[in-house]
Design a protein around this ligand. Sequence first.
Ligand code: SF4
Length: 441
Amino acid sequence: MKSVSLHTLGCKLNYSETSSIAGDFSSKGFILKEYGEASDVFVLNTCSVTENADKECRQIVRSVIRNNPETYVIVTGCYAQLQPEEIAGIEGVDLILGAGEKFKLFDYIHNFEKKDYSCIYRSPVNEIKEFDEAFSADSDLRTRAFLKIQDGCNYKCSFCTIPQARGSSRSLEIGKVADNAKMIIDSGYREIVLTGVNTGDYEYQSGENRFRLIDVLTELEKLNIDRIRISSIEPNLLNDEIISLVKSSAKFCNHFHIPLQSGDPEILKAMRRRYSRELYRDLIYKLKDEIRDVGIGADVITGFPGESQKQFENTFDFVNSLPVSYLHVFSYSERKNTDAVMLPGKVEVRERKRRSELLRKLSDKKRFDFYSGFTETLQDVLFESVRNDGFTEGFTTNYIRVKVKDTSSLENTIESVRLISTDGIKPVLAERINVSAFSDN
Ligand code: SF4
């Protein structure tokens, strides 16, 4: 029997897709090994969102080949679609599969015998029309599953290569979304996290009927699941219907991740984002008013071409003024074949990093303030596995990471615990209430 190990870089969507590829190997009789263990075949599902992501991919491939020169190495994902020749230049890579070929791996390779050259199979991105279904687990515990409902993107943000890597927007038929969700629920998962490149742009046409994200959410809400997390959604697509559904049903997590990218109007325009800072601000306050205890994350990019010190400060002050709970901060990274790369006013890499550092400190403060608002309250937490340090960790519905000392009996349960203390960086320390009742069992 042959063995395979797989590794994922990048977003939740990639994780869900790697899980599906792993499932294909399993059904062909392969033994699944952990990443880092020696295996006959190694699959790397790559990201290409920044230059660093590309670099990390190259480092991983080289290290796998160094430690296990006989392994048959397959590289797929966004980097493979965008720069296959660059990957083929790494000695020991056997097969490179683009976005359209990722799920047809066994059509391209049968015997997994190493040769002294690499094969590239990659369709032009504008020919990619199919939707490849995927859903995944975060661990063997079956707590949270990532369900892919949409792929690709029709937006043309000037800094982004994702439309070139994944193609135009396409969505999973609404009936299949419900079927996949039922499979996830039947396997024992407690939470479904919706994933896609631009999830809010979900659109499926069936005859006269056009289904949007609100229809998907309405269908999922009818199922017997504890939690549904929308997670990332573009601000211009988070509409009143969705907000009102989330507000009306306890199954939806009171948590949104809403990309901002810049708080400066001119930079937003140069990025070709589809909203103004006023729309963003009004949305955040609406969520705060309408949805109890809502947790809101935001993505921000620093050092976009032409971003002056003043424009950076506009972003800093804007974010500082908003009731967001945490930030994901990225330093701008030049990507080939994007419009932004041609813009004047390059910001020095050191300065990009300095600005990112300032925003990360702001994020720590925001998170501390947000977490502190819940100390001494009782919160429902979906617990994952016991960690090496003896704590069990999990998430509240509004995305506070919580840890409780001991106990394996919490794994994959939702339990109400009292939040005790936080430093805003590490998980919030919490205690079980009613412990004696549990220990009597
Ligand atoms: S919305 Fe913009 S940033 Fe997001 S994937 Fe589409 S083009 Fe890229």
